[in-house]
Design a protein around this ligand. Structure first.
Ligand SMILES: O=C(Nc1cccc(C(F)(F)F)c1)C1CCN(c2ncnc3[nH]cnc23)CC1
Length: 329
């Protein structure tokens, strides 16, 4: 079992177990586990909504390399507190499962909001990019490489500010040994050095930032193809094409972020995020105000009430919310 240090995560020292929460909705489901919207039933935070991530130890242990990711998610979130990174409130386990109680983010995925808006104007893309840069900067300062920056991992809080979520485990257990499936889920945002297993440093996150910004400003990531194999080939060939409406500053920034050779990529150097923050594209950004969430988001998620899950995929929210008793102890 994974040793859990209760002190930093569960400050009141309250004895926590699954029965402290009522399960309201399913937010996501995959090979390793599920994510529920839950409400706390007792303690000082009674009636507070949380996201409860339930991981099945059996499936994780079976994929040995993933146990490391699982430990890291809990350990990272325990020590990292930042306005643009999801916070971990409790962590506990039963014989068969690991439970992470995370702050609930009602705004859903940034990109489901983008789907409604289509392409973002540069000013809006700049807003989200600046908040993501501050989150990545914080992780890098703590020696953490996010590695997994992609649309579904960028959520919105109730006011429309971003939060990075889903550290560690990919959502699907990787069963087939087809090499292109060695990478979990979406690969369109992955840096070339990850795909070619060259080992990777923090510069992989700046590549992914480039692909995310390209997507926000054009409606699709820079390298897409009809299948994973072709997509990987495109990422490695990386011939960048920009729509005519791009300003020169935007073309220059994205070209420097999407450098295939990582040691020529913007952000690779010891100054990390500073190299990017001082680029002309961000010349009007007030970074102190951004960190304090004093900059108005481009749009505010429209929510009827606090349990409104309209921003989440009905494929999941329609499911009956039950933490199946693999092992009720
Ligand atoms: O479905 C998800 N993840 C997922 C899906 C399938 C399997 C697994 C795993 F196996 F890891 F358990 C995880 C998303 C996680 C982030 N989500 C959050 N939504 C709202 N508040 C949140 N606070 C923190 N995260 C969120 C939306 C759902």
């Amino acid at each position: 079992s994974i040793p859990i240090n209760e002190l930093t995560v569960n400050p009141t020292g309250e004895k926590i177990n699954p029965k402290c929460f009522s399960i309201l909705k399913v937010l996501g489901k995959g090979g390793y586990g599920k994510v529920f919207m839950v409400r706390k039933l007792q303690g000082e935070d009674t009636s507070t909504l949380y996201a409860m991530k339930v991981l099945k130890k059996a499936t994780i242990v079976r994929n040995t390399k993933d146990t490391q990711h699982t430990k890291s998610e809990r350990n990272i979130l325990e020590f990292i507190a930042h306005p643009f990174i999801v916070s971990l409130h409790y962590a506990f386990q039963s014989n068969a499962k690991l439970y992470l109680i995370l702050e609930y983010l009602p705004g859903g995925e940034l990109f489901s909001q983008l789907d409604k808006e289509g392409i973002l104007v540069e000013k809006s893309a700049c807003f989200y990019a600046s908040e993501i840069i501050l989150a990545l900067e914080h992780l890098h300062k703590h020696g953490v490489i996010y590695r997994d920056l992609k649309p579904e991992n960028v959520l919105l809080d109730s006011r429309g500010h971003i939060k990075l979520t889903d550290f560690g485990l990919c959502k699907e257990a990787i069963l087939d040994n087809n090499r292109t499936h060695t990478f979990c889920g979406t690969i369109e945002y992955m840096a070339p050095e990850i795909l070619t297993r060259k080992g990777h440093g923090k510069a992989v996150d700046w590549w992914s930032l480039g692909t995310l910004m390209y997507d926000m400003m054009t409606g699709a990531p820079p390298f897409v193809a009809e299948n994973r194999k072709r997509t990987i080939e495109k990422i490695l060939k990386s011939k960048l094409i920009f729509p005519r409406y791009f300003r020169p500053e935007a073309i220059d920034l994205l070209t420097r972020l999407l450098k295939r050779k990582e040691d020529t990529r913007l952000g690779y150097g010891p100054d990390d995020s500073e190299e990017i923050k001082r680029h002309k594209f961000f010349e009007h950004v007030n970074w102190e105000a951004t960190l304090k969430k004093a900059v108005k988001p481009p749009f505010e998620p429209t929510l009827r009430d606090e349990t409104d899950v309209s921003q989440f995929d009905t494929k999941f929210t329609g499911m009956t919310p039950v933490d199946s008793p693999v092992d009720s102890s």
